[in-house]
Design a protein around this ligand. Structure first.
Ligand code: SAM
Length: 245
């Protein structure tokens, strides 16, 4: 492509992604509001409501690429006092912001923050009841490896849920969306974070991400069963799910 990011190797790819989130950690939340027109809040509400943590008894949840805690906070609010929720991210700056926000919300006792890579999770097999990843899997260089790790750390009967950008399936809207992505998103990035280039990379990674049906097949190949997906907002985002049986 004309941005030339497609040729980068896997380690470089992770490096580019890390640069973006180091730069924006403190402004990440306002950035999301600006870029999605507030829609990300709604998508995250719908997504997190699919995790039904037990109100009584222990419940172990892992939110991967959890960033500043948006998904984990929603799940923590719905969970009982015995819930343990781990927010995992490769980027310590994002986790720092998450820790501060958890404190402000009085949720610190339910949440643990772990800096690690989605491709090699520092947990034993069959440890968690549910796994979520929101706007994260697209950034992981080896998606199949991350999916295999998700499957490994889940208990039998455990749930996998992924929220990610997808392909707009409505003619007309797709063109508007493309124009918005390639022009408005980098412009907002430049305005708020001082640099638009990393946002071009993120927009490009959305376009390169597998189609919803293809991504569902990848989830099946990782061993998940009763898989499925649901499109939101005309396919701007999709929620994929599966069970470890
Ligand atoms: N889930 C949060 C949300 O929805 O607001 C954060 C999403 S943010 C767009 C993507 C996050 O993925 C960043 O915090 C980034 O550091 C993290 N990330 C990128 N590559 C990762 C990897 N290989 N393992 C774990 N986290 C990663």
């Amino acid at each position: 492509t004309h941005f030339g990011f497609s040729e980068v190797g896997l380690d470089e790819k992770q490096g580019l992604v890390d640069d973006v989130f180091h730069k924006v950690a403190r402004r990440y939340d306002i950035m999301n509001d600006l870029m999605s027109g507030g829609m990300h809040r709604l998508w995250k509400d719908v997504f997190a409501a699919k995790v039904r943590p037990s109100r009584r008894g222990p419940f172990r949840h892992l939110d991967v690429a959890g960033g500043t805690g948006d998904i984990a906070f929603r799940i923590a609010k719905a969970a009982g006092p015995e819930a343990e929720i781990v927010v995992l991210d490769i980027n310590g700056d994002m986790l720092d912001v998450g820790r501060d926000r958890a404190q402000e919300r009085g949720l610190s006792d339910k949440l643990e923050f772990v800096q690690a890579n989605a491709e090699s999770l520092p947990f034993p097999d069959a440890h968690f009841d549910a796994y979520t990843i929101a706007f994260g899997i697209r950034n992981v260089p080896r998606i199949e490896v991350a999916l295999a790790e998700a499957h490994r750390v889940l208990k039998p009967g455990g749930r996998f849920l992924c929220l990610e950008f997808s392909q707009v399936a409505i003619p007309g809207l797709d063109k508007i969306y493309e124009a918005y992505s390639f022009n408005v998103i980098p412009a907002i990035g430049k305005l708020v974070a001082g640099d638009g280039e990393p946002y071009r990379y993120l927009v490009e990674s959305i376009q390169r991400f597998p189609r919803a049906d293809e991504f569902e097949r990848m989830i099946r190949r990782a061993g998940f069963r009763r898989t499925g997906f649901e499109r939101l907002t005309g396919g701007v985002v999709a929620i994929h799910s599966g069970w470890k049986l």
